[in-house]
Design a protein around this ligand. Structure first.
Ligand code: NAP
Length: 288
């Protein structure tokens, strides 16, 4: 008997959430506090990891505008709380809720995912936006910073994307969005571990897309250029800096159109085409 054979009978008798939880090994989850969707009142529910500031916060506001029920995750509780208050006041009470979470606490993910699924009563969209950039300094090497970068940007993503992918595969629907970066396309002198973490995330998302497309699940890879957030506030050589709101708008449009990969703003696609093709003997002389 295949997984599908096991899931089909449940689809006939149980809610999508209960099937979903059974499929990923959470049999005891009960449908939560948000009323179930009906044809006249379709519900959209999203989890956004890394929502307390920057691109994540802008995306939360954009999705709330579209009527999404949101579970917002990050470590800084004060920022999450005020973002939820702002969204609930502006777009409807109970639309946003928050969960304080450090993505490097990998063991906490299954229980937290179960809690959020129960609270939301289902899930249509998952976004992994958490990230850090910890440049070691041009002539320095720093394993602690490198490890932290890989843990937040990549391993934290895997800890979430595995159970989310299993759940969506079981449901035969759902959308996954990963915020990677143009920085993942070349190894540069300034921030090697950041480049490597984003290259790994981009590659993982592509593999996930190839596995999940056949199950009706959509995976979007987002590659922003420079964005005016805390992450680049100390960076010197930046240009074409986009606002987080502009980037959030591009991401929302790509979600709606079920795109596979976007550069935001779009002109970075052509810049990166050139940068990817700069020969190594030239590229290694550039201090970027
Ligand atoms: N800004 C840019 O130029 C740029 C360009 C390309 C790609 N990106 C990517 O865009 C994403 C968002 O970054 P941003 O520019 O919006 O910067 P940001 O304002 O610093 O946002 C980073 C987000 O990640 C969360 N985060 C960091 N460490 C975490 C941890 N251990 N556990 C849980 N959450 C954690 C932060 O929340 P807490 O600190 O509250 O935990 C915050 O919500 C990142 O993946 C970044 O790599 C940014």
């Amino acid at each position: 008997m295949t997984n599908e054979d096991e899931v089909q009978p449940f689809l006939a008798t149980k809610s999508v959430l209960e099937c979903l939880c059974l499929h990923i090994g959470f049999p005891e989850v009960r449908v939560g506090k948000i009323p179930p969707p009906t044809p006249l009142r379709p519900q959209r529910r999203a989890i956004l990891v890394g929502a307390s500031s920057g691109i994540g916060a802008a995306l939360a506001r954009r999705l709330a505008q579209e009527g999404y029920h949101l579970a917002l995750l990050a470590r800084r509780e004060d920022l999450l709380k005020s973002l939820c208050e702002e969204i609930n006041q502006k777009y409807g009470e109970g639309l946003a809720r928050y969960y304080v979470h450090d993505v490097t606490d990998y063991d906490a993910v299954p229980d937290l995912f179960r809690t959020i699924l129960a609270d939301l009563g289902g899930l249509e969209l998952f976004i992994y936006c958490a990230g850090v950039s910890l440049p070691p300094g041009l002539k320095k090497f720093d394993f602690e910073k490198d490890r932290r970068t890989l843990e937040v940007n990549f391993l934290g993503a895997l800890a979430w994307l595995n159970p989310v992918a299993a759940a969506f595969q079981g449901m035969k629907s759902g959308q996954i969005v990963g915020i990677s970066s143009v920085a993942g396309e070349r190894g540069r002198v300034g921030n090697p571990a950041y480049n490597a973490s984003k290259a790994a995330l981009t590659c993982y998302l592509e593999a996930l897309r190839n596995r999940l497309t056949r199950h009706g699940v959509h995976v979007l890879t987002v590659k922003p250029g420079f964005v005016a957030t805390d992450m680049i506030k100390d960076a010197k050589k930046v240009f074409w800096v986009a606002s987080p709101e502009r980037v959030a708008e591009d991401i929302w449009r790509a979600i709606r159109r079920r795109k596979q990969e976007i550069y935001t703003p779009a002109r970075w696609r052509w810049v990166m085409l050139i940068i990817r093709n700069i020969p190594s003997f030239i590229f290694r002389r550039l201090i970027i």
